[in-house]
Design a protein around this ligand. Structure first.
Ligand SMILES: O=C(O)CCC(=O)C(=O)O
Length: 204
């Protein structure tokens, strides 16, 4: 393998064979040019709406915004919200093929999150909703500002993994990861730039 291929090779961040969970990370899944292109395109065109997850029966507005992309008719329901897919952005087909080559999954939906700055985060949760195909991989593509991503085993209080997700990076959570682990994006008050993240999912 040459130096470039080595730099691009996915690194294993979590290999929990007993629970059939794994997490890999590829720093340069997109080139810098591609990452800038998709950040600017989505910042301009994505139909973001404010997030207000329903907690104990009440909508709790947060600073993050989100929208859904995907196949016609795809929709995703989570924490009392529903995101109906807008068609994939123009020019996305080659990216979906690359995700297929990398993960073996044909993704049908992507939840797109906008973190306007470091005051916006995402609390501990697992992507284990009924609308998702059980144990299908979830591929998380990051654009814009670098932010930390943390994981912990359900029932434990400390993170077992914290990784900075830079622009163009791809993190893949595979196997039974969503059943045994939770993840979050903690706020980072010193970060003043926006970040966009797409989590590609396979819907039932
Ligand atoms: O923004 C991220 O890196 C994670 C997003 C996420 O966990 C989600 O959309 O469920």
């Amino acid at each position: 393998m040459n130096a470039d291929a080595l730099r691009r090779a996915p690194a294993t961040l979590l290999d929990d064979t007993a629970r059939q969970c794994s997490v890999t990370y590829e720093r340069d899944f997109l080139s810098a040019t591609e990452a800038t292109h998709w950040f600017e395109t989505l910042a301009r065109e994505a139909p973001f709406v404010a997030e207000a997850p329903v907690i104990f029966g009440k909508p709790r507005p947060v600073r993050r915004q989100s929208c859904g992309y995907g196949e016609p008719g795809a929709r995703y329901r989570y924490t009392g919200l529903e995101r109906v897919a807008t068609p994939w952005p123009d020019g996305f087909a080659p990216l979906l093929e690359r995700l297929y080559d990398r993960t073996g999954a044909r993704f049908t939906f992507a939840l797109c999150n906008l973190y306007p700055d470091g005051d916006a985060g995402l609390g501990w949760h697992a992507d284990d909703e009924a609308d998702l195909a059980r144990d299908a991989p979830i591929a998380s593509l990051s654009l814009g500002a670098e932010r930390d991503f943390a994981m912990r085993l359900r029932g434990e209080s400390r993170a077992c993994l914290t990784v900075p997700l830079g622009p163009g990076s791809l993190l893949v959570m595979a196997g039974a990861t969503q059943r045994h682990y939770v993840h979050r994006v903690p706020p980072r008050v010193r970060c003043r730039e926006a970040r966009i993240n797409l989590t590609f999912r396979v819907m039932r």
